[in-house]
Design a binder for this molecule. Structure first.
Ligand code: MLT
Length: 401
């Protein structure tokens, strides 16, 4: 009989968004005539930009001719895409070497898989509330997690406690689910703390393209010293609408080296390269051609049009909450609006209430951690029409309470 990874027993039965999908499917089956509006999972609805489509077509065309056909690609990603991403960083004022960039199918996989590089015997700090992949993937690996509370008092931006040692620190900015963004000074405190503790920061910047204030850092490498302590994860899912197309990347600087227990100096870059070339055969050439086009100036301008559309949806949601006197966070440098459940309701109870009475789906804050239990998240990634209709229903329901 195989001995199983019994740490799986410590997980909730379903991944957050699988549980939501399950509940919505059950509701829809029982009420087939109701129009359910989904503002739960952060899944985009706008079509890809014209440049991305051209890039994808170019990739498809290349596959159809013996002269240009591509087989297995480099596990790290094609140089053309790594260089395009490096140039994108440079346009945002940050220097990242193309050699340090690894292409993948998305930040979900990378933020989940990275934990394989670390032993079980580490102090792992994870904000609460936060994207559940960090927590679940560490639980799967039998790792112990120390949580850092994000709450209204600290603006959902936990800061380090200098008296507590950590080895691995997860940060997500703009934060999923709260929309809170660290400024440069705050990130500098984290970088200094990580260097002092010889810790590694795992920095998820999947929502960086939503930042509108040029003073706010879109990358942790905007902070001096970060290449000595941080790995950055990013994705085209939200930037370019690639949730279905699938492409992401992470930056593992070659400066990140640590001395192992036997005295050998180990490089996280070399380890990640070893891991990826063993377990991953790369993102498809076609998708990488589409991604390359996204990172052109014209491609990014087209992405920004879609982002502006979602930002207008966020304003529609925020206006409704303001009108109802509900306290909320986010929605400015982030596609997510995070608000207090009315009357102090528990978030799953509010989820059921909203689904049953307004046929609107959101995400219960408890799914992102204990500190989210009385909060709720709505995404601005819906269509304008559905967002307006959802908020009309929401207002009607809650104004009557
Ligand atoms: C979310 O809704 O939090 C995200 O869409 C999930 C993800 O990016 O995997």
């Amino acid at each position: 009989m195989p001995k199983l990874n019994e740490h799986y027993q410590n997980l909730k039965e379903n991944y957050l968004f699988a549980e939501i999908a399950r509940r919505v499917a059950a509701y829809q089956e029982a009420h087939p005539d109701q129009k359910v509006i989904r503002l739960g999972i952060g899944d985009v609805t706008r079509p890809l930009g014209a440049r991305a489509i051209e890039g994808l077509h170019a990739g498809v065309e290349a596959m159809g001719s013996a002269d240009t056909f591509m087989g297995y690609g480099p596990e790290q990603g094609y140089a053309f895409l790594r260089e395009a991403i490096s140039a994108y960083y440079a346009r945002n004022g940050v220097s990242v070497d193309a050699e340090d960039i690894f292409i993948s199918d998305g930040a979900k996989s990378d933020t989940g898989n990275i934990s394989e590089l670390f032993d079980v015997d580490n102090v792992i700090l994870i904000p609460d509330p936060v994207y559940p992949v960090y927590v679940d993937s560490n639980i799967m690996g039998g790792k112990q997690i120390a949580y850092m509370a994000g709450n209204a008092e600290n603006g959902f931006l936990p800061m380090p406690d200098a008296s507590v040692h950590a080895d691995i620190i997860y940060l997500c900015s703009p934060n999923n689910p709260t929309g809170a963004v660290y400024n440069k000074e705050q990130l500098k405190v984290w970088v200094d703390y990580a260097i002092a503790n010889e810790a590694v920061i795992l920095f998820d910047s999947a929502y960086e393209a939503f930042i509108t204030d040029p003073e706010l850092p879109r990358s942790i490498y905007a902070v001096e010293g970060a290449k000595r302590c941080a790995i950055e994860f990013c994705s085209l899912s939200k930037t370019a609408g690639f949730t279905g197309t699938r492409c992401g990347y992470c930056v593992v600087p070659r400066e990140l080296t640590f001395t192992a227990s036997n005295g050998t100096v180990m490089s996280l870059h070399a380890m990640w390269n070893r891991r990826q070339s063993t377990k991953f055969n790369g993102t498809s050439y076609i998708v990488q051609k589409g991604a390359e086009a996204v990172f052109s100036e014209e491609g990014m301008r087209q992405c920004q049009e879609n982002i502006s559309y979602y930002q207008e949806n966020a304003r529609v949601i925020a206006d409704t909450l303001t009108k109802l006197g509900i306290r909320f966070f986010g929605g400015v440098h982030s596609p997510y609006i995070w608000f207090e459940c009315p009357d102090g309701m528990e978030s799953w109870a509010f989820f059921d209430y909203l689904l049953s009475n307004a046929q609107v789906v959101g995400t219960p804050g408890a799914g992102f951690g204990e500190n989210g239990r009385n909060y709720f998240r709505l995404t601005s990634f819906g269509s304008r029409e559905n967002t307006i209709e959802a908020m009309q229903r929401f207002e009607k329901l809650l104004a009557a309470v």
